[in-house]
Ligand binder design. Structure first.
Ligand code: B16
Ligand code: MG
Length: 215
């Protein structure tokens, strides 16, 4: 029986991906590194350091230069998320969160972002969420199962009673590695490994989701 749902944040409950992209683009432009929206696809759900490495590739930056660039990008990002409001919740998100709460299902956020708390606050869903696992919670990023296992532990639930909702391939991989049920949002080419694949959360009810997972 399922007693908890762990939601990824960026790409699932809200679209901060656009803000991440603009911040990386600005950094890449300043550094004179070719980077565009298409390149950005590879950064979906990927940690800050890994994202930077995908952008700088084998250019010979020192560790302190890499640190400075991550900090610079984060400053741009933090600036842009100040304007987030509940209107930035993706379609279907609030309805599902409310339905889950009414059904007594525990809810956690499982995000790679170190800014997840700020985003959750700005979205106005802090009271709907029982636990937040974020970029500070564990060492190993997705696709390692650690972040979702941490979230389940915070909820007081065993892994097999939890569902992970993710938009990134690495996130689905992490959910499966954790021994959880997985729901992938987006194209099968990206999240096809999930138990259930949906285009988005729009119009999705808890009853429907449960029925699909029992298939
Ligand atoms: P930060 P998620 C991820 O969030 C983003 O998808 C990814 O683009 C970002 O690099 C990562 O968080 C780290 O974020 O730089 O704010 O710590 O999809 O796991 O909610
Ligand atoms: Mg995501």
């Amino acid at each position: 029986e399922i007693r908890g749902v762990i939601f990824d944040l960026d790409g699932v409950l809200t679209d901060t991906a656009e803000y991440h992209y603009r911040a990386w683009q600005r950094l890449a432009d300043e550094e004179g590194i070719p980077f565009n929206r298409e390149d950005n696809e590879a950064l979906r759900g990927v940690s800050r350091r890994e994202s930077l490495m995908l952008i700088v590739k084998n250019r010979p930056y020192t560790e302190s230069q890499l640190q400075e660039m991550m900090e610079r990008k984060n400053n741009y990002y933090v600036e842009s998320i100040q304007n987030i409001t509940p209107k930035d919740l993706l379609p279907g998100a609030i309805a599902l969160l409310e339905e889950l709460r009414q059904a007594g299902i525990k809810i956690a956020i499982g995000s790679a972002s170190k800014n997840a708390h700020t985003v959750v606050e700005k979205l106005g869903i802090a009271d709907q969420v029982d636990a937040i696992a974020d970029g500070y919670s564990v060492q190993k990023p997705k696709p390692a199962p650690d972040l979702f296992l941490f979230a389940a532990h915070e909820l007081g639930l065993p892994a097999n009673q939890c569902i992970v909702v993710e938009d990134a391939a690495a996130g689905i991989e992490a959910g499966l590695a954790a021994g959880m049920w997985t729901v992938g949002l987006g194209p099968v080419e990206r999240v096809g490994a999930a138990h259930v694949v949906l285009p988005s959360l729009a119009g999705i009810t808890w009853a429907e989701l449960k029925a699909k997972l029992n298939n």
